[in-house]
Design a protein around this ligand. Structure first.
Ligand SMILES: CC(C)(COP(=O)(O)OP(=O)(O)OC[C@H]1O[C@@H](n2cnc3c(N)ncnc32)[C@H](O)[C@@H]1OP(=O)(O)O)[C@@H](O)C(=O)NCCC(=O)NCCS
Length: 167
């Protein structure tokens, strides 16, 4: 398995993985798959091409992806970003999610990100365990944050502070 920067050519594979959760899961609160145009906009919604989008690739093709998102356009939040990590259902439990998230943590300081945030639905033990295994801490529970598939859902907010200094 190798990790590399994603390109627009990876969008079909990235969204094949993501749309499983859009349509059938609660890992994302998106509920409608993106069109081809919207997928490209998602890829390009990256101020200054600053935030990494990476994929995990095996001989079977792209089996997972991860990215950082701008947390807020308000300038004082500049050091904070949100992460996402998704692994194909057939490839889970083999260390791919851990490798992707560890790589984001490795890449974050070089793009000026020193505080990472994750929003994880309360019924997602795999994602909670993955993030906590890599050092994220739960800082709060957003109660009744959303409704999907007819269920009212709570969302954990997790944080990883890479650097507490004010420079
Ligand atoms: C969450 C997800 C990315 C984990 O990826 P993965 O490749 O299966 O995870 P890994 O094999 O790298 O496991 C890393 C750690 O996560 C934890 N973990 C993974 N799957 C788990 C599960 N089903 N139950 C409990 N803990 C689990 C373990 O602590 C594991 O550590 P270990 O290797 O020391 O045992 C994957 O399950 C996934 O894509 N789920 C759907 C999308 C999703 O929930 N994304 C996150 C949105 S917030």
């Amino acid at each position: 398995m190798k990790l590399r920067a994603a390109t627009p050519a990876d969008l079909p594979a990235i969204f094949a993985i993501y749309d499983e959760q859009v349509l059938h899961g609660t890992a994302t609160f998106d509920t409608v798959p993106k069109t081809a145009t919207e997928r490209l906009e998602w890829f390009q919604a990256n101020p200054g091409q600053r935030y990494p989008i990476i994929v995990a690739e095996t001989t079977a093709g792209v089996v997972g992806w991860a990215r950082l998102y701008q947390w807020s356009p308000r300038p004082a939040y500049d050091r904070t970003a949100e992460n996402a990590v998704y692994v194909h259902a057939d490839a889970r439990g083999h260390g791919i999610g851990r490798a992707l998230l560890a790589e984001l943590l490795h890449l974050a300081p070089a793009c000026g990100v020193l505080t990472l945030m994750a929003r994880i639905v309360a019924g997602n033990p795999a994602s909670l365990a993955l993030h906590e295994a890599l050092g994220y801490t739960r800082i709060g529970l957003m109660r009744s944050a959303g409704v999907k598939h007819g269920a009212l859902l709570d969302v954990w907010l997790l944080q990883y502070v890479l650097d507490d200094s004010d420079t």
